[in-house]
Structure formats: C-alpha cells, structure tokens
Design a protein around this ligand. Structure first.
Ligand SMILES: [Zn+2]
Length: 428
C-alpha cells in the first residue's frame, strides 16, 4: 500500500481538506504560520529530509528535545546556530561543587584577566587606527591632491584609493602597529585559549548536566556518544546541517590547575566525543555541539515547530494511521453547523476511524505541561477526539493518563518508540 500521502505537512493558504469520521465532517485549514511549512512541498528540502530521518533515528529526534541556545550565524546559507551543551559522564561531587559556585571566585578572576587583555587590545587598536589616519591626512601630497580635486567632488572609491596610495608610503610604520597588536594576543595566547572556552563551558554546566540526564533517560545504558555521533553524521551527510564541536576537560583546569585537554573539530564528517581525559584521568568532559541550520529550517527551529513535524512524520509511518495533519486549524461541521476552528499540533485519523490529537512541546517542566494540558483538553473538546497525547521534554519514568479522560502525557523516554507506545495505549 502506498503510504506516501498519509502525512499532510502543508496546505496552501485558503485551501482546505476534509475528513469524514463516523458521520462527522472535519475541515482542515492552513494556519498563519503556513508559509514557513512551504519547504515540506519538496521532498529534497532540509526540513522534509530531517523529519524523514528523525522518524527512524531516535538520536536525531532527541537532539531537538534537548536544551540549546539559538543565535544568528555569519553564514548566509546557514543563518541560525544552535549551541547544544552536554556531558557524557560526570564526577558528581565535582559538578555539584561547580553548581554550588565553589569555583565562582576563580572564574571571576579569569574574566577580569581576559577583560584586561581585550581592553588593552581594543585601546591600542583604536589609538593606532587614529594615528594612521592622522598620519595620512597630514601627508603633504595627500593634502595637495585633496585640495586640487576638492573633497566635496570625490566619491568614496576615490577617497579610498587616495588613502591606500598614501598609506603605502608608511608601510613600515603600519606593519609595526600590527606587530604590536598581534604581540598582545601572542603574549596572552595561552591565557585566552585556556580560559575563554573554560568560562563558556563553566557557564553552560547546568544545561549540559540536564541534557546528560535527558539523554540517559532516553537511551539508558547505550553508548550515547556513539548514538549522537552517528545521528549527527547522518544529518551532515544529507547536507541538512553543518556542525562544529568542542570538548574540554573541566577537571584539568578547575581541579588540577593543568592546561585543559581541549579539542575543537570544525566541520567533521563524523564527530568524535571524548569520554575520558588522558591527562588528568577525569571524566567530566564538557561537550558543545554547534549546529548550523539552513534557511528553510530556521523558522521551524526558532518557533519550536520542528518537533511537531518530526512527531507527525513518525506517526504517519504507523500502520494504524490513515491521515496525519501537522499544525493545522480544524473545524467540525455537524448538521450543517460549522464550529469555530481549533489549532492542533497534530490531527490524525486512524484506519478504524478514531480521532487522535497530539500536542508536542519540548518543555521539561511537568507543572507547565499539566496546566497546558487542561487548557488544551477544554479547547479540543469540540473536536470529539478519541485520544489526546502530550509528547513532552519531561524526563518521566512512565507515561501516565491525565485525569479521567483519554489524555496521556509522555516524556523523553518514550521518544524512541513513540508510535509503539501510542499504538499500545490505543489497543487497550
Ligand atoms: Zn583532564
């Protein structure tokens, strides 16, 4: 059977689809965000490829449920960067000490030291730059040419070439300036190289620990470093993302006062995550993956929608599903009355005519999930659903039924076999 048309990630604006379930009619409309789902029309687009890989790859799926920060990148084709910190193992006592600010004084001293170096660099740079400009402008020939041509009539390019031409006369002096500047960096290189990554790692320890706990909740005793490396390699090989990563041993610097083991991989085909420091024997190695995200994925990741689509693709693979709509507005039509539309993350109809709603959130706060759940339950009532599932970023040992309705909360542990869990619940 051709199951290709089960997933509906995109509906052109103004268009609608209809589903008939047990005599009731449902109209499915696009939402305000629909234009950002347009890449799903093309099976070769990064979002489509990502969801298609994620549905069979728990490592990829899980990545987007972890804690990461987002920022703009300087690369046009990959405008967004996700910084994802994690540990594969830790010395508990040591990490507790970090979180209890045992090393806060030391970190503060390093920051002061680095600020002093960078300030010195900045001041010298400014002083030299103005000095070069003043030297050029005071140059006799320069002044002559400017007054002959009249500066008001000169465009930017002409001024630039006149500057460059005059500057070449002072080449020695300029060279000396740059030498002095780079000497500041050279003189302080080991300080900068050692402390800047350590400070950055130190400030992400809490998130790295949470991510480690989430990952072990999902993958328990499996080799998590290998799982992540394989999953990320797949994304790189399919040209969905680009990545860089750093690993740094926190025990070297903070505990043993050694220069840390520090590894930086720029655009590897397959990242390698160190699990043990052979310098200090420590195991608290901080890893940070920097994922660069292409244009077509940027809004989906920024608005945390990609998790809905990955879940939708995964469910659409289940034999019991007939249709799976992701992030659409649904109106029930009954006895020629059209009820107001409700926005749902996933609206699915099964082969045996059941309505399944799924809400997806990467939040890890169970209280928030509970509050949200009761609001959603109320809003969704009009859709006469049979099951409501809440797929969350909470580390739960077991999924559970919410209240006395057919609503269930699932956690990160259930991500790898999500379809099986849902099929099992529905078969009871
Ligand atoms: Zn070490």
């Amino acid at each position: 059977m051709n199951r290709n048309n089960i997933i509906i990630p995109y509906i052109p604006i103004g268009d609608k689809k209809t589903e008939e379930v047990r005599g009731k009619k449902f109209e499915i409309w696009s939402t305000k965000q629909e234009s950002t789902f347009l890449p799903f029309k093309n099976k070769d687009s990064p979002p489509y490829k990502l969801c298609n890989i994620a549905k069979n790859d728990p490592g990829v799926f899980s990545l987007f449920f972890l804690k990461y920060s987002v920022s703009d990148s300087a690369i046009e084709e990959f405008p967004l960067e996700l910084k994802l910190p994690f540990f594969l193992d830790i010395d508990n006592e040591f990490v507790e000490a970090i979180l209890n600010e045992k090393y806060a004084g030391e970190i503060k001293r390093w920051k002061t030291k680095i600020k002093k170096i960078l300030d010195e660099y900045g001041e010298l740079n400014a002083r030299y730059t103005w000095d070069i400009i003043a030297t050029i402008m005071a140059d006799h020939k320069f002044k002559q040419k400017i007054s002959r041509k009249g500066i008001k009539r000169m465009n930017k390019n002409e001024i630039y070439s006149l500057f460059a031409e005059t500057a070449s006369k002072y080449e020695e002096k300029i060279k000396k300036f740059f030498e002095n500047l780079s000497n500041i960096i050279k003189r302080n290189y080991s300080t900068l190289e050692q402390y800047i990554p350590t400070i950055e790692a130190y400030e992400s320890v809490k998130d790295a620990k949470i991510n480690m706990e989430t990952l072990s909740n999902i993958f328990s005793e499996q080799n998590i470093g290998n799982i992540l490396s394989d999953s990320i390699s797949k994304l790189i090989a399919n040209r969905i993302i680009r990545m860089q990563h750093i690993s740094i041993c926190l025990e070297c610097v903070l505990r043993k006062h050694l220069e840390p083991i520090y590894i930086e991989e720029r655009y590897p085909g397959s990242p390698n995550f160190l699990t043990h420091c052979n310098k200090c024997n420590g195991k608290t190695i901080f890893h940070q993956v920097l994922l660069q995200i292409p244009d077509s994925l940027t809004p989906l990741v920024l608005e945390n929608r990609i998790q809905e689509f990955m879940t939708g693709f995964l469910l659409a693979d289940s034999e019991i599903m007939k249709k799976v709509y992701v992030h659409k507005k649904i109106s029930k039509v009954e006895d020629s009355k059209r009820y107001p539309g409700v926005e749902v993350d996933i609206f699915a109809v099964t082969e045996d005519d059941k309505i399944v709603l799924v809400e997806v959130t990467k939040t890890d706060d169970l209280d928030d999930v509970g509050k949200n759940m009761s609001i959603k339950e109320r809003n969704f009532k009009v859709l006469d659903y049979d099951y409501l599932f809440y797929v969350t970023g909470v580390s739960l040992e077991k999924y559970f039924r919410y209240g006395d309705t057919n609503a269930y909360i699932l956690g990160t542990k259930h991500l790898p076999k999500l379809s099986e869990h849902i099929e099992y619940i529905m078969s009871k």
